[in-house]
Design a protein around this ligand. Structure first.
Ligand SMILES: *Cc1c(COP(=O)(O)O)cnc(C)c1O
Length: 344
């Protein structure tokens, strides 16, 4: 199936960020107090759940997000998949769920990518976004961990943000009414419960012309945390700073990689609390995440005050870091750290 080059027949140049369903999904089940054993690929489609499934009633579920990318030489690669596997394991522990081992996770995402190979965009056109889910699918009449769990993976081709939207900088709105995460909560994991509460502030921000919301810490309301689904960095006098991930901020694989890349380039990177006032003084700001890669921030608005940054500056830190990150991903820069995992 697929055309003579093995691709599905779609126009890769008009690929967006929406969901395009692919041929196969991966499914693996296990009971409470047992371990995941064997999963399999099945045709993509709807799943059946008990109305009393724990995930539907009490939100016992976590997810991951990663990309499989096709290189010019035909190789299909993942970027640091162990980071996603470990994060899911940690998240599962906090949410009282059994989780696939790191090896099981990586094997399953590989299988999913290869089964949907004809949907992996040609080099430079995008990637196959892969979404692993771990859900408490057993029925639970009261608030208690489910008796049965499902690890499910689906995939969708998406375009690469950095080719079409490189100049489309984010206009962030600092939210000082709604919080994203609280002390002792689950802000530090990709728990499904973290995202619906963000829809109201995000909708409000979008209706007012902003691209996304920048959240502050919920204890003092003074310090910057992160954006709806990406981490934030600021640059001042060539020093890069980002808030520390201590439970309320999602520890992004891209964030961690960007810190390492910047330090390898000889730049100073500080993981420290960033007071919201510091945003007004910064030379530059950018966001990181698997979906956006590295994207510049064009403006930040806080309590009616708007600061703008020179996002498109050719000497910007964002551009330097983005080009190295993209270079390592597409193979133009040697991967000295073992971040790239070939899957075919
Ligand atoms: C997924 C996510 C990120 C980015 O994490 P990556 O591993 O870099 O993709 C940042 N913040 C939130 C809230 C997220 O859900």
């Amino acid at each position: 199936r697929g055309d003579e080059n093995g691709y599905v027949d779609i126009d890769w140049d008009t690929l967006g960020f929406g969901l395009t369903s692919t041929d196969y999904m991966y499914k693996m089940k296990c009971f409470k107090d047992e371990e995941f054993a064997e999963g399999k690929l099945i045709p993509y489609g709807n799943i059946e759940l008990s109305p009393a499934a724990c995930v539907l009633n009490y939100g016992q579920g976590i997810f991951e997000g990663m990309k499989a990318t096709r290189r010019e030489n035909g190789k299909i690669v993942f970027f640091r998949p162990d980071g996603n596997a470990l994060r899911m394991k940690k998240g599962a522990e906090r949410m009282c769920m059994p989780s696939p081992s790191v090896d099981q996770f990586i094997d399953a995402v590989k299988q999913t990518a290869l089964a949907n190979k004809r949907w992996i965009p040609p080099p430079g056109k995008g990637s196959l976004y892969i979404r692993p889910l771990l859900l408490g699918t057993g029925a639970t009449p009261s608030v208690a961990p489910a008796t049965e769990y499902t690890f499910l993976i689906y995939a969708s081709p998406v375009r690469n943000n950095y080719f079409k939207e490189e100049r489309a900088a984010l206009n962030l709105y600092v939210e000082d009414q709604f919080d994203r995460a609280s002390r002792g909560g689950v802000g530090g994991l990709k728990s499904i419960t973290n995202y619906a509460p963000g829809m109201k502030p995000l909708t409000k921000a979008k209706n007012n012309g902003y691209s996304d919301v920048l959240y502050l810490d919920s204890v003092t309301g003074k310090y910057v945390e992160e954006v709806s689904a990406c981490n934030i960095f600021i640059v001042k006098d060539k020093i890069i700073s980002t808030p520390p991930t201590k439970g309320t901020i999602l520890p992004g694989v891209t964030r961690k990689s960007m810190i390492e890349i910047a330090r390898d380039q000889g730049f100073k990177v500080e993981e420290r609390q960033i007071a919201v006032e510091e945003l007004l003084e910064a030379d530059e700001a950018f966001c990181t995440g698997t979906a956006v890669a590295v994207v510049p921030v064009g403006s930040i608005t806080y309590q009616g005050k708007r600061v703008e940054y020179r996002a498109a500056d050719t000497n910007s830190m964002f551009k330097k870091l983005l080009s190295i990150y993209v270079g390592i991903q597409n193979g133009q820069i040697e991967d000295k750290k073992g971040w790239i995992v070939e899957i075919n």
